[in-house]
Design a protein around this ligand. Sequence first.
Ligand SMILES: Cc1ncc(C[n+]2csc(CCOP(=O)(O)OP(=O)(O)O)c2C)c(N)n1
Length: 311
Amino acid sequence: MTLTADTPVRQDSGLTRLADEDLTTLLVIRHFETRLLQLFDAGRLDGTTHTCLGQEYVPVALRPLLEADDCIVSNHRGHGHYLARFDDPAGLLAEIMGRAGAICNGVGGSQHLYREGFLSSGVQGQTLPIAAGIALQHRLSGRHALVAVFMGDGTWGEGAVYEALNMAALWRLPLLILVEHNGIAQSTPTPMHLAGSIAGRAAAFRVEHQLVDTTDVNTIRAQLRTAVSRVRDLPMPLVVEFRTTRLGPHSKGDDARPAEAVAAARARDWCTGYEDRFPEQFAASDRAARDRIDAVVTDVQQRPLATWSGR
Ligand SMILES: Cc1ncc(C[n+]2csc(CCOP(=O)(O)OP(=O)(O)O)c2C)c(N)n1
């Protein structure tokens, strides 16, 4: 299926019951991101931040498909990618607030994280050549592991993406390109910045493309399990395009969309859909995740500033 401006985004009628562990991670990410926006509004955070509200299910669905040896390369909207990999909201918040216990001593902030097997950069497109380079190293060293790189639809406007795709296809790199297609890049709707389609661009390099058009974590896993294994086993590159929605502003308070577009995005929120379908399980997990993030916020705000020697 090729996505165009007219492609309808379907409401998920087929949400299935999640394992408690998955629902917990989804809601930890949801409450983490919600609190970040509140902290910004209250003047408690500096810099900027891009929340993944509405897109939490993407990294959570991928979690069991990735192995410990696989590497994740994330982008500017990467908090959910990190929290699905590491159950560490305190380390991440400390990084964003520059407090003791921060993942990178507060030097990286929201967008530039590094932890074993995980790297992020806020520079659009930069991550694709880096991810291809790591995948090449995996291949040359005989390491049976892939590199999963996250990007948005708007990032297909960066030339470096195509250099990386070319090399990935030519050298058959174990590169899993995960596109969170949320229909907008900052303030520019996708039809205004993307000629053709993401599927068509992948095809130009003879790279396989798979579309995911559901928010159901269990269904996504079933749809992708074989393809992700092939990326690692053959190896080969693969583009997976998630038809998703961004619920929040681009970063802190800059939502250029008309109110109806925001309302339409909210109507497709996996979270409210899940709450309607499984109210009891949702209520218990939601309360626990909210309490946990509240405690993390209280704890991290009281910590001393992070220090870094510069070496
Ligand atoms: C090279 C570069 N140009 C511009 C920016 C500023 N910027 C940050 S995110 C963004 C839009 C990204 O859109 P998309 O790739 O669709 O991801 P989304 O924000 O929708 O998740 C822009 C223009 C940047 N970070 N890097």
